[in-house]
Design a protein around this ligand. Structure first.
Ligand SMILES: *[C@@H]1O[C@H](CO)[C@@H](O)[C@H](O)[C@H]1NC(C)=O
Ligand SMILES: *[C@@H]1O[C@H](CO)[C@@H](O)[C@H](O)[C@H]1NC(C)=O
Ligand SMILES: *[C@@H]1O[C@H](CO)[C@@H](O)[C@H](O)[C@H]1NC(C)=O
Ligand SMILES: *[C@@H]1O[C@H](CO)[C@@H](O)[C@H](O)[C@H]1NC(C)=O
Ligand SMILES: *[C@@H]1O[C@H](CO)[C@@H](O)[C@H](O)[C@H]1NC(C)=O
Ligand SMILES: *[C@@H]1O[C@H](CO)[C@@H](O)[C@H](O)[C@H]1NC(C)=O
Ligand SMILES: *[C@@H]1O[C@H](CO)[C@@H](O)[C@H](O)[C@H]1NC(C)=O
Ligand SMILES: *[C@@H]1O[C@H](CO)[C@@H](O)[C@H](O)[C@H]1NC(C)=O
Ligand SMILES: *[C@@H]1O[C@H](CO)[C@@H](O)[C@H](O)[C@H]1NC(C)=O
Ligand SMILES: *[C@@H]1O[C@H](CO)[C@@H](O)[C@H](O)[C@H]1NC(C)=O
Ligand SMILES: *[C@@H]1O[C@H](CO)[C@@H](O)[C@H](O)[C@H]1NC(C)=O
Ligand SMILES: *[C@@H]1O[C@H](CO)[C@@H](O)[C@H](O)[C@H]1NC(C)=O
Length: 446
């Protein structure tokens, strides 16, 4: 066990700071400032939402969380620090200190709080506990280790959050119906930022953003993986759901499923300056999964992405109008809705199977059946331009596929500036049920 200077200081200071500091004081004691990280000043760019980003007043109180540093659950200390520093405080996970979380934490009550994660936070490997107690979010059976929300919350600090994924990858290999928690749940957050963090070994998706607005994610690294033959499956970087005015930028992602995915009712989202490796691309959807539900994805801008070793770069995946099954734990079809005003600009690709994949037959292998029951979810006003690089050999000479389930449900799809070639030097595209006039310079072979 290592006790750094920071943790010794925090042990000495914690009682004084947390209990003796009068509330509402605007002057922050000097010793507190020494233990705090400066809240990063996040500049959104080059693209912006066209409105000022959320800004936060400075925080007065400081709460240093004491870890037991022996692998036992630190949740009680963590929760009490959040309670004491709520309404204008700065919570510190001390640098060089390891924290263990073995209890599902509901942090949706936060108001005006900075969460300064300098240390190393790890969730326990108790898969039975988490399956019974992680937060359920209904959509695609998603569950999260914790839920962070409220109003005006900034998370930063340069530290690491570790989901202890291996036990989950191993368990999933024997049972695909287990509920694997998502590492970081941003649930009902109005205004805030998540920045300068390292996310590691998530059991499932890394970030789920639900019922949130005006939140910026910046300078995040995501990586993890398995040490054996059991893959780390469904490790999406971000999934946005029922959320508006979200920015995801300046981050580095090495994962095994979508780098970013816009799930139902994601509006006004900017994704820019990402380096994605090993993923399935930046994806709209899947949408139209649930019969009777209306899914909207609108006003999305994806800009300046480097995409390597991936299944696709730009993807729109929609379920058809008929019940379909992708796998035992992923089924759907028949939903309503619309994807509109989505732009992908400047994607640099290497070893990517398809530069673009648009499908309205997601989960349905029988194309006759898909065309017989076209999707009830329309795709319109889409622009994909200025892509460069080389695909993988998987579909060589095909470099992309744009297949709607009927020309009536796809309109105004514009593709241009595709400087993309297959390893053999070809650039052929599969195009069906789509207006070819919008596809500038594409060699559609079908
Ligand atoms: C961990 O430390 C705490 C506080 O020092 C102690 O109460 C607990 O018994 C320890 N647990 C283990 C597993 O060592
Ligand atoms: C789970 O974590 C505990 C405590 O760190 C460790 O003793 C145990 O070996 C781990 N179990 C598995 C299956 O990795
Ligand atoms: C979430 O749902 C699962 C499966 O239905 C259930 O076992 C679990 O107890 C639920 N969790 C909570 C916190 O209610
Ligand atoms: C999101 O908000 C809706 C509508 O208020 C609510 O029904 C739902 O439970 C919320 N979802 C989560 C995950 O909090
Ligand atoms: C959710 O879990 C249930 C029970 O394991 C399963 O039947 C269903 O297919 C899952 N739904 C989705 C959308 O994954
Ligand atoms: C990104 O975060 C790391 C800590 O994780 C920090 O060291 C670095 O300075 C940050 N980069 C920028 C550009 O803010
Ligand atoms: C594009 O993103 C990369 C990081 O992947 C960054 O270094 C570069 O400055 C960005 N370019 C523009 C025009 O913003
Ligand atoms: C990128 O992904 C490939 C294939 O998944 C992997 O072999 C490689 O180590 C990854 N590189 C980085 C920098 O993460
Ligand atoms: C998405 O938005 C549509 C249109 O406002 C609404 O009908 C639908 O219920 C919303 N879906 C979810 C999951 O919130
Ligand atoms: C289309 O989306 C962009 C953001 O990507 C936004 O700036 C623009 O206003 C939207 N257009 C309309 C007509 O809403
Ligand atoms: C595909 O669907 C069509 C139309 O419903 C049906 O006639 C055909 O048998 C199906 N093919 C397969 C291989 O299931
Ligand atoms: C959805 O699409 C199917 C098949 O294309 C069609 O039979 C059905 O009437 C549609 N449902 C709605 C509510 O539009």
């Amino acid at each position: 066990m290592m006790l750094g200077l920071h943790s010794i200081l925090s042990l000495l200071l914690c009682i004084e700071i947390v209990f003796a500091k009068p509330e509402g004081t605007s002057l922050v004691p000097r010793e507190d400032l020494l233990l705090r990280s400066l809240r990063p000043n996040i500049a959104v760019g080059p693209k912006s939402l066209g409105k000022p980003v959320h800004s936060s007043p400075s925080r007065s109180k400081t709460c240093i969380i004491k870890s037991k540093e022996n692998g036992s659950d630190d949740s009680t200390a963590i929760l009490s620090a959040f309670q004491q520093c709520n309404n204008g405080g700065h919570v510190v996970f001390t640098k060089g200190v390891k924290y263990t979380i073995g209890t599902a934490l509901d942090l949706t009550f936060l108001r005006h709080v900075d969460v300064d994660i300098q240390g190393y936070v790890q969730f326990t490997n108790d898969t039975d506990y988490w399956q019974a107690n992680a937060f359920n979010h209904t959509f695609q059976n998603a569950t999260t280790f914790f839920q962070l929300g409220g109003e005006d919350v900034n998370v930063f600090g340069g530290g690491t959050i570790d989901g202890n994924g291996q036990v989950w990858y191993d368990l999933y290999a024997s049972n695909i119906y287990i509920l694997r928690p998502i590492l970081f749940g941003t649930i009902g957050l109005k205004g805030g930022s998540i920045a300068d963090l390292n996310l590691r070994y998530s059991p499932q998706w890394y970030n789920l953003v639900v019922n949130s607005s005006d939140v910026v994610f910046s300078n995040i690294t995501i990586s993890g993986g398995t040490v054996n033959k059991n893959p780390a499956k469904n490790t999406d970087g971000w999934d946005t759901y029922r959320s508006d005015s979200i920015v995801i930028q300046n981050s580095n992602i090495d994962n095994g499923d979508d780098c970013v995915s816009f799930k139902p009712n994601s509006t006004n989202v900017i994704v820019q300056n990402l380096i994605c490796n090993g993923s399935h691309g930046i994806s709209v959807g899947s949408l139209g999964q649930y019969k009777g539900e209306t899914d909207i994805v609108r006003n999305i801008y994806v800009y300046n992405i480097t995409m390597t070793n991936s299944g696709t770069a730009a993807r729109i995946k929609v379920w058809p109008g008929v019940s379909s099954a992708l796998s035992g734990d992923l089924q759907g079809g028949g939903g309503l809705g619309a994807v509109s005003n989505v732009t992908y600009e400047r994607m640099s690709i290497a070893n990517v199977d398809y530069a673009i994949e648009i499908t309205q037959c997601y989960g349905q292998k029988n194309l006759t059946l898909c065309n017989q029951f076209p999707s009830n979810l329309t795709i319109s006003n889409i622009s994909m331009h200025d892509f460069s690089g080389k695909t993988s050999k998987k579909y060589d000479p095909i470099v992309g596929t744009l297949v709607c389930s009927s020309p009536n449900v796809c309109s105004d799809i514009k593709v241009s500036g595709m400087n993309v070639k297959s390893p053999k030097g070809f650039a052929q595209w599969t195009c069906a049920n789509i207006d070819k006039a919008g596809l500038q310079g594409l060699n559609c072979t079908s």
